[in-house]
Structure formats: structure tokens, C-alpha cells
Design a protein around this ligand. Structure first.
Ligand SMILES: Nc1ncnc2c1ncn2[C@@H]1O[C@H](COP(=O)(O)OP(=O)(O)O)[C@@H](O)[C@H]1O
Ligand code: SF4
Ligand SMILES: [Mg+2]
Length: 330
């Protein structure tokens, strides 16, 4: 297994008290596999990724429990220097906002080239050639002419391609992409997502694709983990989850995607708002919004338990709902 996150907990000290941003998250990603992490804004997706990458702002953030095994090593026990070596070369991250992730005062050629001079000891000249190759690879037109341009001289979509090139430069085994297309126009979103999926297959890397948009994951993900209020509430192979969700929150997300075959039907929206993570409701955190909620939901936290049903052959389905059977067959 490439990456195994076990029972990860992250807290933030805030003026309103302790925010339990990540509340016992576990997931696994194999080599060559794409796991989509899905959930509304504020559910803890980015904080989980930052803890895994070792780039969590500490303070205010604090990892209070769990293990992050990467190729068998527990990253949370590595010294910062070893951690830095793993980051970039063996695992890399793609962020939503390319303007703040790229250095505005360095040309893209210098930034891409630095990956090879710093990590691979290449000469500046060779590194420059590799930079142009990479820009070609992510289909930036006229790469050889544009290698000396600065980030702000590129469009948002092209900049996002450059960030993908940076992440893939050293052929890492794992890439975490945090809402990589959210800031782009819809048509450009699809192109960038297709490119990322194509490179993922070609390099056989493990990809964690974080998104709040269920629409973008169907074609690219192998499995989905749905997050709510700092927990994973359902995980399943992507097609099984689409066919028959085993958690009312997932069902709500699915029912709120516009579908061509149901044109004209009113879109369902999950009522209410996600909770503040300083005041997570007792029992099932979703109960104030859940159409299936009953008394037990207000008092007992539902554990993430194995689901028997479509996709369960692989032992890969789980739901944190007391009434997952009803949801699955309802
Ligand atoms: N820098 C911070 N300071 C305090 N709390 C934070 C900080 N970053 C994140 N949090 C808390 O963690 C929660 C989850 O954030 P995040 O992981 O960014 O959500 P998302 O699922 O949208 O990526 C936030 O709702 C907030 O309560
Ligand atoms: S445990 Fe209860 S409140 Fe939570 S999702 Fe299931 S039915 Fe709804
Ligand atoms: Mg986020």
C-alpha cells in the first residue's frame, strides 16, 4: 500500500474554542489509484491533506493522533529534514490557487528547473531543457519560447498546467491535488482534469483528488471517500457509490448534481448548513440535516462500518450511518 492514513486527528485552537477539523480520518491509496476526497467546504479535506504532506500550520493547527504510513514509513515520526526530502521528490501537492503557489518573481523555467538542479544536481542548462520538456508534456503551446515568462503572464488554466508540471517533475509516487480546477472556467476545468487523469495513468502514481464537486470525479476516480464535519462518512468504489449510496449525506450530494436525463426536475439541495467544527453536534454530526434521523442519531456516534452490497465483494465499502441498509435500499 502506497499511503495509509490511520485515525488521524487534527485540532485548531480558535477564539471560539478547539476546532476538531479532522476527527479520526482513515484512508488508503494504492500505487496507480485515484482516491477522490469529497465534501462541502469546511469538512476538513485540506487540513487532512496538509497533515499528510507535513505542511500544516503549527500553530494554530496540531496533529493530536494517528499515523500516516507512506511506503511503510510513518511520516509523523520523521525529522523535518527527512520529511522535506520526501516532499517534492516522493510526494507532491497541487493547489487550487496557482498564483500564490508559484513564485511571482521567478520565471516558470527557473522554477521548474530548480526541481532538477536542487533535487537531481543537474546543470542549469540541462535543467532548462527538462523544464521545456515538462511544459510540452503538460501541453503549454510554444513551450521553448515561453520558458522565460513569469507566472502572471500565463492564463489561469496554463498556470495550473505549470503547477501540475512542477508536481510531476521528479515523478513522485503520490500526488495530492487540492481542488486543482476549482478556480478555473468550466471548459478549462475539464481540460485540466483530463490532463491530470492522463498523467496519473501514464506515471502510475497514486492520486488523492480533493474536490467539493461530485461532477468532476465520476470519470477520473477509482474510489471515493466522502467527508463530513472532519470524518469520513462513506467510502466506496466510485461506480457503486453512484449506483447506490449507503449514507444519506452522499445521497443528498448525488441528488443535487444536475443531470441531463432528469432535465426539468427540481434539484434537491441538502437543507441547512454544515456545523462549525468547534460545535460539532452530538451523535451523528449530520443528524440536524438528515431526512432519516431518529433518536439514536442524536446520541450515538455511528462508527464507519463495513457495508454489504454492491462493491462489497472487494471489502471496500463502508458507511458511518446507523441506518445504512435503509439508505442503500431506499
Ligand atoms: N488556519 C486555521 N485556523 C483555525 N481553524 C482552521 C484553520 N484552517 C482550518 N481550520 C478549521 O478546519 C476546518 C476544515 O478546514 P479545511 O480542511 O480547509 O476544509 P475543506 O474541507 O474546505 O478543505 C475549518 O472549517 C476550520 O474550522
Ligand atoms: S446516523 Fe442517523 S442522522 Fe446520521 S446519517 Fe444515518 S440516519 Fe442520518
Ligand atoms: Mg479545502
Amino acid at each position: 500500500m502506497l499511503l495509509e492514513v490511520h485515525d488521524l486527528h487534527v485540532e485548531f485552537g480558535t477564539r471560539d474554542g478547539v476546532a476538531h477539523a479532522v476527527n479520526g480520518v482513515s484512508y488508503r491509496v494504492d500505487a496507480g489509484e485515484t482516491l477522490a476526497v469529497l465534501g462541502e467546504s469546511g469538512s476538513g479535506k485540506s487540513v487532512t491533506a496538509q497533515a499528510v504532506m507535513g505542511i500544516l500550520d503549527t500553530p494554530p493547527g496540531r496533529i493530536t493522533g494517528g499515523r500516516v504510513l507512506f511506503q511503510g514509513r510513518d511520516l509523523l515520526r520523521l525529522k523535518e529534514e527527512e520529511r522535506r526530502r520526501v516532499r517534492g521528490a516522493e510526494m507532491a501537492m497541487i493547489f487550487q490557487d496557482s498564483l500564490s503557489a508559484l513564485n511571482p518573481v521567478l520565471t516558470v523555467g527557473d522554477q521548474l528547473g530548480e526541481m532538477f538542479t536542487v533535487h537531481r544536481g543537474m546543470s542549469r542548462r540541462d535543467a532548462r531543457l527538462r523544464a521545456v520538456e515538462l511544459m510540452d508534456r503538460v501541453r503549454i503551446p510554444a513551450a521553448a519560447q515561453r520558458v522565460g515568462d513569469y507566472p502572471h503572464q500565463f492564463s489561469g488554466g496554463m498556470r495550473q498546467r505549470i503547477m501540475i508540471a512542477m508536481a510531476l517533475a521528479l515523478e513522485p509516487a503520490l500526488v495530492i491535488a487540492d481542488e486543482p480546477t476549482t478556480a478555473l472556467d468550466v471548459t478549462v476545468q475539464a481540460q485540466v482534469m483530463d490532463l491530470l487523469a492522463e498523467l496519473q495513468r501514464e506515471y502510475r502514481m497514486g492520486l488523492v483528488l480533493i474536490t467539493h464537486d461530485l461532477g468532476v470525479v465520476a470519470d477520473v476516480a477509482d474510489r471515493i471517500a466522502v467527508m463530513y464535519a472532519g470524518r469520513i462518512v462513506e467510502t466506496a468504489p466510485v461506480h457503486d457509490l453512484y449506483k447506490a449510496p449507503a449514507h444519506p449525506y452522499t445521497r443528498g450530494l448525488l441528488d443535487s448534481i444536475p443531470r441531463l436525463d432528469l432535465k426539468g426536475r427540481e434539484l434537491y439541495a441538502i437543507q441547512g448548513m454544515p456545523p462549525s467544527l468547534t460545535r460539532v453536534p452530538p451523535g451523528c454530526a449530520f443528524h440536524p440535516r438528515c431526512p432519516l434521523a431518529r433518536d439514536v442519531c442524536r446520541t450515538d456516534v455511528p462508527p464507519l462500518q463495513a457495508v454489504q452490497g454492491p462493491g462489497a465483494e472487494e471489502g471496500e465499502r463502508a458507511s458511518a450511518c446507523h441506518f445504512w441498509r435503509e439508505c442503500l435500499h431506499g
